[in-house]
Design a protein around this ligand. Structure first.
Ligand code: F6P
Length: 542
């Protein structure tokens, strides 16, 4: 595989460091707006389905020019082509990374025949289950974890208004039986479809839940395991050994956290139907085309990825908060945690050499406005600066069951939601001086306290960066584009850092140690264990 240069060995890296010392560190977004009335126009961008306002970020032309030069130094465009062309860029596993091929139109992209055949078969099955008059299915229980859970669970929740009344989808992931037990309590085996989703079909959590689900199915009077259990996996043999006949396969060039576009998307297709699933793919493909073709300086995944590098490596910001102002997107932060942190939480470069710079930030968040009443205090007044990403949806869709005055009220609530979203990014940027705070009437403030002291408690530093992403509506197509935007943005920062964004060796050690501890928990044998683990094991057995 072609070797690409490492960012910290390029002269632009040093230039960015001195640029940061000279002007980047002290950059004030408020002053930038005062100096440039066109700042919003210059720093916002319409990509397919997603409008992005980057103007409230600590960035100016000089910074962007250097970041773009860095992108050229690391041969970002050649790295991007290697991705799309199916070069084995996941070198530690000797695999290509071709989730983009899954959403390419028929006849386009690598492996198109296999991809289309697999898609057609999966969608036919999905529509069959969705046709409740014929299938009799009322509940779909999807069992998977990580990439075989987070994407489908997030998308199905986001597109709830496309799910027919009377069809319920349940997602079970945790090896903790408290996940599965309450789901099955309400169900009837005769009207339940199970999907066991595991790329490897070796994952402890998924196999344990699948076996427990089968035991429940038989105990509760279920009669046809072959009809009621399907598998989505790249290990068809293991699924067959488990006793599942209906298997939808996929390929090793689809990474787990990039797999919702493959047959792993089966619960999505059941939930929203084949046409909407195709629209999800089409939205993602539109973003793929934008990423592949737009000039770097007007390329949204590139701009966001470079901004991530600027904040992580030069400002030293350790986390990024994601605040979707749409209840349907409440699982997006969890999905993005795997996408970004499993992809870019790496400490060595592609050659295996240690890195001299930081990689993945912590990605976290909660739907607005709930987050405002939990952790936004820290975002506004805490000692750390945390860039925030707001996601807002212009037009709501509450579903066909909502109408009349109820609908009017919900629409009014949507306006409140949007106002909150705008207010938060405004407050983060503007802040409030102690003088302004002192001049304000604060009815709940103590009358006993020195007004100067009080005003310092009530002031905000401001200049806290944020990005706002706007969708016209939350549809299969706009959601597809949004997810693909995130995938490519993670690719961009990983490419700059010269890391393998597509392996996940960091999850192996814990899995292996768990296998070693399992028999010890049964036997009580603590010999050779470290003192803490032995002590805890004894406590759990006492
Ligand atoms: O443990 C991490 C991981 O390997 C993820 O990368 C993956 O998405 C998840 O486990 C589930 O794996 P599988 O789909 O093989 O069950």
């Amino acid at each position: 595989m072609t070797e690409f240069p490492r960012c910290d060995r390029s002269p632009t890296w040093a230039a960015l460091q001195s640029h940061f010392q000279q002007s980047g560190r002290a950059f004030d977004v408020r002053q930038a707006f005062a100096a440039d009335p066109e700042r919003f126009a210059s720093w916002s961008l319409q990509a397919p389905e997603v409008f992005a306002d980057l103007s409230k970020n600590r960035i100016d032309r000089a910074t962007l020019d250097l970041l773009l030069q860095l992108a050229r130094d690391v041969q970002l465009t050649a790295q991007r082509e290697a991705l799309f062309n199916g070069d084995p860029i996941n070198a530690t596993e000797g695999r290509a990374v071709l989730h983009t091929a899954l959403r390419a139109p028929a006849g386009k992209g690598p492996f198109t025949d296999e991809v289309q055949a697999s898609l057609t078969r999966m969608l036919a099955f999905a529509d069959g289950v969705r046709d409740q008059a014929k299938s009799g299915i009322t509940d779909v229980v999807h069992i998977g974890i990580g990439g075989s859970d987070l994407g489908p669970a997030m998308v199905v929740q986001a597109l709830q208004s496309y799910v027919p009344a009377g069809l319920r989808l349940h997602f079970v992931s945790n090896v903790d039986g408290h996940d599965l037990a309450p789901v099955l309590r309400e169900l009837d085996p005769a009207t339940t479809q199970f999907i066991v989703a595991s790329k490897t079909f070796t994952t402890q959590e998924t196999l344990a839940n699948a076996m427990a689900a089968r035991a429940w199915f038989l105990a509760a009077g279920g009669t046809d395991v072959a009809k009621h259990f399907a598998a989505t996996t790249s290990n068809a043999k293991a699924a067959a050994d488990f006793g599942i006949d209906t298997t939808f396969g996929f390929w090793d060039w689809v990474g787990g956290r990039y797999s919702l576009w493959s047959v792993i998307g089966l619960p999505i297709a059941i939930a929203v139907g084949s046409e909407n699933f195709r629209a999800l793919l089409a939205g993602a493909h539109a973003m793929d085309q934008h990423f592949r073709e737009a000039p770097l300086e007007r390329n949204l995944p590139v701009l966001l990825g470079l901004l991530d590098v600027w904040y992580r490596n030069f400002h030293g910001f350790t986390s990024r908060s994601v605040a979707p102002y749409h209840q349907g997107l409440r699982r997006l932060p969890a999905y993005l945690q795997q996408l970004e942190m499993e992809s870019n939480g790496k400490g060595v470069d592609r050659e295996g050499d240690p890195l001299s710079f930081a990689t993945s930030p912590v990605v976290w968040g909660e739907a607005g406005t709930n987050g405002q009443h939990a952790y936004f205090q820290m975002l506004h007044q805490g000692t750390d600066v945390i860039p925030v990403e707001f996601i807002a949806v212009k037009t709501p869709n509450f579903g066909a069951h909502v109408g009349g005055e109820w609908l009017d009220r919900l629409k009014d609530q949507h306006v409140k939601l949007l106002a909150n979203c705008l207010a938060q990014s405004q407050a983060l940027m503007q802040g409030k001086t102690a003088e302004v705070a002192r001049a304000e009437f604060a009815p709940t403030a103590s009358k006993e306290l020195d007004p100067d002291v009080l005003s310092r408690h009530r002031s905000f530093t401001g200049n806290r960066p944020s990005t706002t992403l706007l969708l016209d509506a939350l549809t299969p197509s706009s959601l597809g584009a949004l997810i693909a935007l995130y995938e490519h943005r993670v690719f961009v920062s990983g490419a700059v850092w010269n890391i393998n964004s597509f392996d996940q060796w960091g999850v192996e050690l814990g899995k292996a140690l768990c296998n070693g501890l399992l028999p010890r928990l049964a036997s009580g044998d603590a010999a050779g264990l470290d003192g803490s683990t032995a002590g805890l094991l004894n406590k759990l057995r006492a």
